[in-house]
Design a protein around this ligand. Sequence first.
Ligand code: SF4
Ligand code: F3S
Length: 107
Amino acid sequence: MAFVVTENCIKCKFTDCVDVCPVDCFHEGPNFLVIDPDECIDCTLCEPECPANAIFAEDELPEGQEIFISLNSELAKLWPVITEVKQPLPDADEWNGKPGKIDQLEK
Ligand code: SF4
Ligand code: F3S
């Protein structure tokens, strides 16, 4: 199993999650982060850190978020590792909680 970053990270990218991961398994794209499932050790530390509540255990994903299992796996192979917190995206607070953000995902 692994933890999975889901839709509500898109266009927010608060990055609090990366600060606590002991194995540096977050990877950064233009407007979204993913977790490398091959590196995640299921420590659970990142889940409560996300202000957008975007991180879930793979077996506790909210309905409709299953696509993010494969997206995390695929994009982690393409995007660089991120280990340091940075400023959220400029309109993060406005986008936090908006539905249908998957259409905004930049790869
Ligand atoms: Fe990293 Fe732990 Fe979160 Fe997995 S569960 S991504 S190991 S902080
Ligand atoms: Fe995204 Fe939440 Fe991390 S918004 S960057 S998963 S803290």
